[in-house]
Design a protein around this ligand. Structure first.
Ligand code: FES
Ligand code: FES
Length: 150
């Protein structure tokens, strides 16, 4: 079937199978910043914004996005660059596999939470796994980003 989706503010028409997940739809349409990790809702690297909220695209049926808005990291490039600078400064930028999903989640968190506590940050990021950093340097970078008013 055919679905109409706004991706990164551009109207798109995708041909999808009934049981197809958005992750596969996006990747076959060249949105390859959306990563495939576990493919079972455990790692978070496939996260996109669905009407502004972070969701794992490996568990979202593509047909459910008909008429909705999807954002990948390309849609928030300027903010992603700012986040990347904070990660770099804290030594939290390693293999980069989790960076696009992390940037999208942080972007959404910053819109949603004002001056979050450490616990609120950790809770918001549950499900966003990183194999490399051990999370401490990431957490420091995230706190600086959340306090930034750029
Ligand atoms: S690939 Fe979607 S949560 Fe891991
Ligand atoms: S930096 Fe490698 S998975 Fe996060």
């Amino acid at each position: 079937m055919r679905i109409n989706v706004k991706v990164n503010n551009e109207n798109k028409v995708f041909d999808v199978e009934i049981g197809e997940y958005l992750l596969d739809t996006l990747r076959k349409n060249h949105y390859i910043s959306v990563r495939k990790g576990c493919d079972n809702t455990s790692c978070g690297v496939c996260t996109v914004l669905f009407d502004g909220k972070p969701v794992p695209s490996c568990s979202l049926l593509a047909v459910r996005t008909d008429g909705h808005e999807i954002t990948t990291v390309e849609g928030i490039q300027k903010e992603a660059d700012i986040i990347s600078d904070y990660f770099g400064e804290e030594g939290a930028d390693q293999c980069g596999f989790c960076n696009p999903s992390m940037a999208l989640t942080l972007y959404a968190m910053k819109k949603e939470l004002i001056h979050p506590t450490d616990e609120e940050i950790k809770k918001y990021l549950v499900g966003n796994l990183c194999r490399c950093t051990g999370y401490i340097s990431q957490h420091e970078a995230i706190k600086k980003y959340m306090g930034d008013s750029k």
